[in-house]
Design a protein around this ligand. Structure first.
Ligand code: SF4
Length: 424
């Protein structure tokens, strides 16, 4: 087949693999949808034999980590404004059980997508190991006497979540109509296509036919409908409109001269208030009508070592939270400097605020050295440095930061007269 949605009939699977049949039926089902173009379709795959089909699809394709295709597809579906776009996750039985929680969440929330699990009852790509869906008695290379326990009934699990449409079919012959019906569901639809892998399944279970295996294992073929529900849309459900929404809106009380994105990295020692200082700065930016993001980084042993925070400030919405080279870095301890030394060395401009006890790395940035730890101790060193940065950088009024700090429980304990240092 050389169709609209698959570019070739030479699919990359072993001879006789059921993935050929499912892919061809999917091609036909997509072609049967009037006016649907390949660019209206987003196919998401992950690791496993079915995942190597990406290149053959003429649609958008996204390839993810093993068992994560449903989570990726759910994110795409929730961000896709046009409900006519088809988001389809293709995965194997291994990926389905690895990502079972994602499947259940997508089904329960009724996210507008179709999931097709290619259940050949084993991990074909890695040598035929049994998966959670392998039925009792089915033989595999590492269980030559057959799997001793039953396989999960994925359809029953997903039906129990309230998914609108759950199907199980044998991937034999023409089942285009079943796939087209699944694709037409407004919301979450699930298809489990039962297959047998010629390379491992047939080899270890000779003379057993797919329908006999299903019958003997008590695997039902059918369609289970759940209650009709509106598909999940972030804007129409009680989820926050933005992942970065604050719990309490912060009223704009100040004006900021900032015209461009400004990136600050704070780095100190664990327990020295780096993360709180970063949050105060982000909140102060919001009080100036700016957009802000904050990311924290620290070792798993949160009470020792470095503590680093990245803050982005911008007059425009921030869609990317990464910082490759910052505009300013504050390092108030040896732990903190150790973490950001490489970043400082990459800076060709901007300013580094460094505690006087530390040796400056080689950098083209301006280095301001000051004893930030002296006025209020190590626990407030980042606050002292940040106040100096705001006084000098002119990105937003220092008072916006001080107001937020005064309103906090920490602010009640701080001697504000000592906080503001002139610096060199
Ligand atoms: S190993 Fe099995 S599942 Fe993988 S392509 Fe070959 S036949 Fe298909």
């Amino acid at each position: 087949m050389n169709g609209k949605f698959l570019s070739t009939e030479n699919l990359p699977f072993c001879k006789g693999c059921g993935h050929h049949i499912v892919s061809q039926n999917l091609e036909k089902a997509l072609s049967s949808i009037a006016g649907l173009s390949p660019l209206d379709v987003i196919v998401v795959t992950d690791i496993g034999c079915i995942g190597i089909i990406d290149k053959q699809f003429t649609t958008h394709t996204v390839h993810g980590l093993h068992g994560r295709s449903v989570a990726l597809a759910a994110g795409i579906a929730m961000a896709t404004e046009d409900p006519k776009k088809k988001v389809i996750a293709l995965l194997g039985d291994g990926g389905a059980t690895i990502g079972l929680q994602h499947l259940m969440e997508a089904a329960q929330r009724n996210i507008n997508m179709t999931v097709i699990v290619h259940n050949n009852m084993l991990y074909g790509m890695t040598g035929g190991q049994p998966s959670g869906l392998t039925p009792r008695g089915f033989k595999t290379p590492i269980m030559p006497d057959g799997k001793p326990n039953i396989g999960y009934d994925l359809c029953k699990v997903l039906h129990a979540t309230g998914a609108p449409s759950v199907r199980r079919l044998l991937a034999l012959g023409d089942f285009t109509a079943d796939l087209a019906a699944a694709l037409a569901v407004p919301g979450f639809s699930f298809v489990e296509a039962m297959e047998i892998c010629p390379s491992y399944g047939v080899k270890f279970n000779p003379n057993r036919k797919l329908d006999d295996i299903a019958k003997e294992a008590g695997i039902e073929i059918g369609h289970w409908q759940g209650p009709a529900r509106e598909p999940y849309r972030p804007a129409t459900h009680d989820a926050p409109a933005s992942l970065f929404a604050t719990e309490k809106p912060i009223a704009a009380r100040h004006k900021a001269p900032l015209k461009e994105r400004y990136a600050v990295v704070l780095s100190g020692s664990a327990g020295e208030g780096v993360q709180s200082a970063a949050e105060f700065l982000a909140q102060a930016a919001l009080s100036c009508g700016l957009h802000a993001t904050k990311k924290g980084s620290y070792p798993v042993t949160v009470g020792v070592g470095f503590s680093t925070a990245e803050i982005l400030l911008s007059p425009k919405p921030l869609h990317f939270t990464g910082i490759s080279v910052p505009d300013a870095v504050i390092a108030t301890s040896a732990d903190g400097l150790g973490k950001v030394r490489g970043l400082i060395e990459k800076m060709t401009q901007g300013t580094v605020y460094l505690d006087a006890s530390l040796e400056a790395p080689a950098t083209k940035a301006t280095v301001v050295k000051h004893d930030f730890r002296a006025p209020l101790g190590g626990r407030s060193a980042v606050l002292v440095a940040l106040t100096m940065l705001l006084d000098r950088a002119g990105i937003m009024p220092t008072d916006s930061f001080l107001d937020i700090l005064k309103d906090s429980s920490l602010g009640k304990k701080i001697d504000f007269a000592k906080l503001r240092q002139k610096g060199g």
